[in-house]
Design a protein. Structure first.
Length: 132
């Protein structure tokens, strides 16, 4: 019984390493159709956006795309997204993010769909926090 309590205490204090990804969009004339995230050829998540979700994103909300544990080391995140501007034809784009993961940290990647200089792009902002 004493050994089980000790093991339980070690498990509860075990450091967790997580990746959190969210999507934001502040351009009302651009709609996200879908997004897919692959980590070094391992599928993480995908989402197809509805008109209501696009309206909510344009109003300033964020969509929590992915939350999960991630292993230490170098990762290459391929983010494939489809979007449309106004009544135009759907477009496909890709963002590649290199991220190095350290144990016992929480990583946050915010993805912003923006239009700058007549070009629509998904931009990222990364930050991390110590979980110990």
């Amino acid at each position: 019984n004493k050994e089980l309590k000790k093991l339980d205490g070690l498990i509860r204090d075990f450091p967790v390493t997580t990746l959190n990804m969210s999507v934001m969009k502040h351009v009302p004339n651009i709609r996200l159709i879908s997004i897919e995230v692959v980590d070094s050829n391992k599928f993480l998540n995908s989402h197809i956006y509805t008109a209501i979700e696009n309206d909510a994103l344009a109003a300033g909300t964020r969509h929590q795309l992915y939350t999960g544990e991630i292993s230490d080391g170098a990762h290459k995140l391929n983010i494939i997204y489809h979007w449309v501007e106004g009544e135009g034809a759907p477009q496909k784009s890709e963002l590649v993010l290199a991220i190095t993961i350290q144990s016992a940290r929480s990583y946050f990647v915010d993805l912003f769909l923006e239009k700058r200089d007549n070009k629509v792009e998904l931009r990222s902002y990364q930050r991390d926090f110590n979980n110990r």
